[in-house]
Design a protein around this ligand. Sequence first.
Ligand code: IPE
Ligand code: IPE
Ligand code: MG
Length: 247
Amino acid sequence: MSVRNAIQVEHLPKHIAIIMDGNGRWAKEKGQDRLFGHLHGVESVRDIVEGAAELGIEYLTLYAFSTENWDRPEEEVAGLMELLVDTIRKEVPTLNKNKIRLHVIGDASMLPANAKKELAEAINETKDNQGLNLVMALSYSSRWEIVNAVKSIASAVEEGRLESKNITQDTFQQYLTTASFPDPELMIRTSGEYRISNFLLYQLAYAELYFTSTLWPDFRKENLYEAIVDFQQRERRFGKTGDQLKK
Ligand code: IPE
Ligand code: IPE
Ligand code: MG
Protein backbone atom coordinates (compact mmCIF):
# COMPACT_ATOMS: atom_id res chain seq x y z
CA MET A 1 0.00 0.00 0.00
CA SER A 2 1.35 3.42 -0.88
CA VAL A 3 1.97 5.91 1.91
CA ARG A 4 -0.09 8.21 -0.28
CA ASN A 5 -3.25 6.65 1.16
CA ALA A 6 -2.22 7.82 4.62
CA ILE A 7 -2.20 11.48 3.55
CA GLN A 8 -5.15 13.52 4.79
CA VAL A 9 -5.98 15.46 1.64
CA GLU A 10 -7.87 18.14 3.55
CA HIS A 11 -4.75 19.03 5.58
CA LEU A 12 -2.10 19.38 2.91
CA PRO A 13 0.61 21.96 3.40
CA LYS A 14 0.03 24.80 0.94
CA HIS A 15 3.71 25.40 0.46
CA ILE A 16 6.54 22.86 0.64
CA ALA A 17 10.18 23.95 0.35
CA ILE A 18 12.99 21.48 -0.33
CA ILE A 19 16.77 21.67 0.03
CA MET A 20 17.79 19.14 -2.61
CA ASP A 21 21.08 17.90 -1.21
CA GLY A 22 23.36 14.92 -1.70
CA ASN A 23 23.93 14.70 -5.46
CA GLY A 24 27.71 14.71 -5.11
CA ARG A 25 27.79 11.98 -2.47
CA TRP A 26 25.33 9.87 -4.46
CA ALA A 27 27.65 10.03 -7.48
CA LYS A 28 30.72 9.32 -5.38
CA GLU A 29 29.10 6.17 -3.96
CA LYS A 30 28.80 5.00 -7.54
CA GLY A 31 32.36 5.93 -8.45
CA GLN A 32 31.11 8.70 -10.76
CA ASP A 33 31.84 12.42 -10.95
CA ARG A 34 29.62 15.01 -9.24
CA LEU A 35 27.87 16.06 -12.44
CA PHE A 36 26.55 12.52 -12.83
CA GLY A 37 24.82 13.08 -9.50
CA HIS A 38 23.31 16.39 -10.65
CA LEU A 39 22.08 14.73 -13.84
CA HIS A 40 20.24 12.11 -11.80
CA GLY A 41 19.01 14.79 -9.43
CA VAL A 42 16.94 16.12 -12.33
CA GLU A 43 14.99 12.84 -12.37
CA SER A 44 14.03 13.44 -8.75
CA VAL A 45 12.98 17.01 -9.55
CA ARG A 46 10.64 15.69 -12.27
CA ASP A 47 9.14 13.07 -10.00
CA ILE A 48 8.64 15.43 -7.04
CA VAL A 49 7.15 18.23 -9.16
CA GLU A 50 4.74 15.73 -10.68
CA GLY A 51 3.94 14.27 -7.25
CA ALA A 52 3.29 17.69 -5.72
CA ALA A 53 1.07 18.72 -8.65
CA GLU A 54 -0.93 15.48 -8.45
CA LEU A 55 -1.59 16.01 -4.75
CA GLY A 56 -2.75 19.58 -5.34
CA ILE A 57 0.07 21.31 -3.45
CA GLU A 58 -0.12 25.03 -4.32
CA TYR A 59 3.55 26.04 -3.95
CA LEU A 60 6.74 24.04 -4.21
CA THR A 61 10.06 25.83 -3.71
CA LEU A 62 13.21 23.95 -4.72
CA TYR A 63 16.65 25.12 -3.65
CA ALA A 64 18.68 24.34 -6.75
CA PHE A 65 21.73 26.58 -6.45
CA SER A 66 22.87 28.83 -3.63
CA THR A 67 24.87 32.05 -3.85
CA GLU A 68 27.64 30.15 -2.06
CA ASN A 69 27.57 27.39 -4.69
CA TRP A 70 29.25 29.84 -7.13
CA ASP A 71 32.44 29.09 -5.22
CA ARG A 72 32.46 25.46 -6.33
CA PRO A 73 34.98 24.27 -8.95
CA GLU A 74 34.43 26.06 -12.24
CA GLU A 75 33.73 22.82 -14.08
CA GLU A 76 30.92 21.86 -11.72
CA VAL A 77 29.34 25.34 -11.88
CA ALA A 78 29.48 25.39 -15.69
CA GLY A 79 28.04 21.85 -15.87
CA LEU A 80 25.22 22.73 -13.49
CA MET A 81 24.31 25.88 -15.45
CA GLU A 82 24.20 23.94 -18.69
CA LEU A 83 22.05 21.25 -17.11
CA LEU A 84 19.74 23.92 -15.79
CA VAL A 85 19.25 25.72 -19.09
CA ASP A 86 18.81 22.44 -20.91
CA THR A 87 16.29 21.06 -18.44
CA ILE A 88 14.20 24.20 -18.36
CA ARG A 89 14.06 24.39 -22.14
CA LYS A 90 12.97 20.77 -22.39
CA GLU A 91 10.47 20.85 -19.52
CA VAL A 92 8.31 23.82 -20.57
CA PRO A 93 5.81 21.68 -22.57
CA THR A 94 5.40 19.32 -19.58
CA LEU A 95 4.95 22.27 -17.21
CA ASN A 96 2.23 23.62 -19.48
CA LYS A 97 0.56 20.23 -19.84
CA ASN A 98 0.41 19.94 -16.04
CA LYS A 99 -0.66 23.59 -15.59
CA ILE A 100 2.49 24.40 -13.60
CA ARG A 101 3.63 28.00 -13.34
CA LEU A 102 7.37 28.60 -13.02
CA HIS A 103 8.84 31.32 -10.78
CA VAL A 104 12.50 31.99 -10.04
CA ILE A 105 13.99 33.65 -6.96
CA GLY A 106 17.63 34.61 -6.51
CA ASP A 107 20.33 36.94 -7.76
CA ALA A 108 19.76 36.72 -11.52
CA SER A 109 22.61 39.16 -12.18
CA MET A 110 25.07 36.35 -11.43
CA LEU A 111 23.56 33.98 -14.03
CA PRO A 112 25.05 33.55 -17.52
CA ALA A 113 23.14 35.41 -20.26
CA ASN A 114 21.68 32.29 -21.90
CA ALA A 115 20.38 31.01 -18.55
CA LYS A 116 18.68 34.36 -17.93
CA LYS A 117 17.09 34.26 -21.36
CA GLU A 118 15.84 30.66 -21.03
CA LEU A 119 14.45 31.37 -17.59
CA ALA A 120 12.66 34.54 -18.70
CA GLU A 121 11.09 32.67 -21.61
CA ALA A 122 9.99 29.73 -19.47
CA ILE A 123 8.49 32.09 -16.86
CA ASN A 124 6.61 33.93 -19.58
CA GLU A 125 5.39 30.79 -21.33
CA THR A 126 3.97 29.34 -18.11
CA LYS A 127 2.61 32.57 -16.59
CA ASP A 128 -1.07 31.79 -17.21
CA ASN A 129 -0.98 28.34 -15.62
CA GLN A 130 -3.25 28.04 -12.60
CA GLY A 131 -1.96 24.82 -11.02
CA LEU A 132 1.15 24.27 -8.94
CA ASN A 133 3.47 27.26 -8.51
CA LEU A 134 6.99 25.92 -8.91
CA VAL A 135 9.53 28.30 -7.37
CA MET A 136 13.16 27.62 -8.29
CA ALA A 137 15.68 29.19 -5.92
CA LEU A 138 18.66 29.82 -8.14
CA SER A 139 21.72 31.77 -7.18
CA TYR A 140 19.66 32.35 -4.05
CA SER A 141 20.67 33.03 -0.50
CA SER A 142 18.50 34.32 2.25
CA ARG A 143 21.01 36.88 3.54
CA TRP A 144 21.33 38.28 0.01
CA GLU A 145 17.53 38.53 -0.14
CA ILE A 146 17.17 40.16 3.28
CA VAL A 147 19.92 42.72 2.63
CA ASN A 148 18.33 43.52 -0.72
CA ALA A 149 14.95 44.03 0.94
CA VAL A 150 16.53 46.38 3.48
CA LYS A 151 18.18 48.40 0.68
CA SER A 152 14.89 48.72 -1.21
CA ILE A 153 13.06 49.77 1.93
CA ALA A 154 15.77 52.36 2.68
CA SER A 155 15.39 53.79 -0.86
CA ALA A 156 11.62 53.92 -0.49
CA VAL A 157 12.01 55.87 2.76
CA GLU A 158 14.63 58.19 1.25
CA GLU A 159 12.39 58.93 -1.71
CA GLY A 160 9.40 59.55 0.51
CA ARG A 161 7.38 56.56 -0.77
CA LEU A 162 7.36 54.98 2.66
CA GLU A 163 7.45 56.29 6.22
CA SER A 164 9.69 54.35 8.58
CA LYS A 165 7.01 54.40 11.30
CA ASN A 166 4.74 52.50 8.93
CA ILE A 167 7.12 49.58 8.39
CA THR A 168 5.50 46.38 9.64
CA GLN A 169 6.18 42.68 9.14
CA ASP A 170 3.77 42.83 6.22
CA THR A 171 5.76 45.66 4.64
CA PHE A 172 8.98 43.73 5.03
CA GLN A 173 7.43 40.58 3.54
CA GLN A 174 6.43 42.61 0.49
CA TYR A 175 10.07 43.44 -0.22
CA LEU A 176 11.24 39.83 -0.21
CA THR A 177 11.58 37.83 -3.44
CA THR A 178 8.81 35.61 -2.08
CA ALA A 179 6.36 38.51 -1.66
CA SER A 180 3.59 36.77 -3.59
CA PHE A 181 3.93 33.36 -1.93
CA PRO A 182 2.71 32.18 1.46
CA ASP A 183 5.40 31.01 3.90
CA PRO A 184 6.37 27.33 3.60
CA GLU A 185 4.69 25.12 6.18
CA LEU A 186 6.98 22.18 5.54
CA MET A 187 10.71 22.29 4.77
CA ILE A 188 12.42 19.09 3.70
CA ARG A 189 16.18 18.58 3.50
CA THR A 190 17.66 15.42 2.05
CA SER A 191 21.07 13.80 2.56
CA GLY A 192 21.22 13.77 6.36
CA GLU A 193 22.45 17.32 6.86
CA TYR A 194 20.71 19.19 9.69
CA ARG A 195 21.08 22.78 8.58
CA ILE A 196 19.31 25.50 6.62
CA SER A 197 22.28 26.67 4.48
CA ASN A 198 21.01 30.22 3.93
CA PHE A 199 17.57 29.14 2.66
CA LEU A 200 14.43 31.23 3.37
CA LEU A 201 15.59 32.22 6.87
CA TYR A 202 12.77 34.71 7.36
CA GLN A 203 10.05 32.66 5.69
CA LEU A 204 10.76 29.45 7.61
CA ALA A 205 10.02 31.07 10.98
CA TYR A 206 7.23 28.58 11.76
CA ALA A 207 7.85 25.86 9.18
CA GLU A 208 7.95 22.24 10.27
CA LEU A 209 11.39 20.85 9.44
CA TYR A 210 11.82 17.36 8.05
CA PHE A 211 15.24 15.81 7.60
CA THR A 212 15.90 12.54 5.80
CA SER A 213 19.12 10.67 5.11
CA THR A 214 17.92 9.81 1.58
CA LEU A 215 20.20 11.43 -0.99
CA TRP A 216 18.41 13.71 -3.45
CA PRO A 217 18.85 11.50 -6.56
CA ASP A 218 17.05 8.69 -4.64
CA PHE A 219 14.20 10.92 -3.42
CA ARG A 220 10.88 10.01 -5.05
CA LYS A 221 7.14 10.64 -4.60
CA GLU A 222 6.90 7.99 -1.85
CA ASN A 223 9.52 9.92 0.15
CA LEU A 224 7.53 13.11 -0.35
CA TYR A 225 4.37 11.37 0.87
CA GLU A 226 6.26 10.16 3.98
CA ALA A 227 7.33 13.73 4.75
CA ILE A 228 3.75 14.99 4.36
CA VAL A 229 2.35 12.25 6.61
CA ASP A 230 4.97 13.14 9.23
CA PHE A 231 4.03 16.83 8.91
CA GLN A 232 0.37 15.99 9.43
CA GLN A 233 1.15 14.30 12.75
CA ARG A 234 2.78 17.40 14.22
CA GLU A 235 1.10 19.85 16.53
CA ARG A 236 1.76 23.37 15.22
CA ARG A 237 1.43 25.62 18.22
CA PHE A 238 2.73 29.00 16.98
CA GLY A 239 3.77 29.93 20.51
CA LYS A 240 0.48 28.90 22.15
CA THR A 241 0.00 25.99 24.52
CA GLY A 242 -1.28 22.62 23.36
CA ASP A 243 -4.41 23.08 25.51
CA GLN A 244 -5.23 26.41 23.88
CA LEU A 245 -5.26 24.72 20.47
CA LYS A 246 -7.87 22.20 21.58
CA LYS A 247 -10.41 24.86 22.50
C1 IPE B 1 22.95 19.37 -4.03
O1 IPE B 1 23.89 18.35 -4.00
C2 IPE B 1 22.95 20.15 -5.32
C3 IPE B 1 23.57 21.48 -5.23
C4 IPE B 1 23.98 22.05 -4.15
C5 IPE B 1 23.72 22.18 -6.48
P1 IPE B 1 25.41 18.62 -3.65
O2 IPE B 1 26.13 18.93 -4.92
O3 IPE B 1 25.54 19.60 -2.58
O4 IPE B 1 25.84 17.17 -3.14
P2 IPE B 1 26.72 16.83 -1.86
O5 IPE B 1 26.13 17.55 -0.71
O6 IPE B 1 28.10 17.29 -2.16
O7 IPE B 1 26.61 15.35 -1.74
C1 IPE C 1 22.48 23.77 -0.11
O1 IPE C 1 23.29 22.68 -0.31
C2 IPE C 1 22.17 24.42 -1.41
C3 IPE C 1 21.39 23.63 -2.34
C4 IPE C 1 20.87 22.46 -2.14
C5 IPE C 1 21.19 24.27 -3.61
P1 IPE C 1 24.87 22.77 -0.08
O2 IPE C 1 25.41 21.40 -0.33
O3 IPE C 1 25.44 23.87 -0.88
O4 IPE C 1 24.96 23.16 1.45
P2 IPE C 1 26.12 22.99 2.52
O5 IPE C 1 27.33 23.61 1.93
O6 IPE C 1 26.30 21.54 2.75
O7 IPE C 1 25.61 23.70 3.74
MG1 MG D 1 25.52 19.49 -0.55
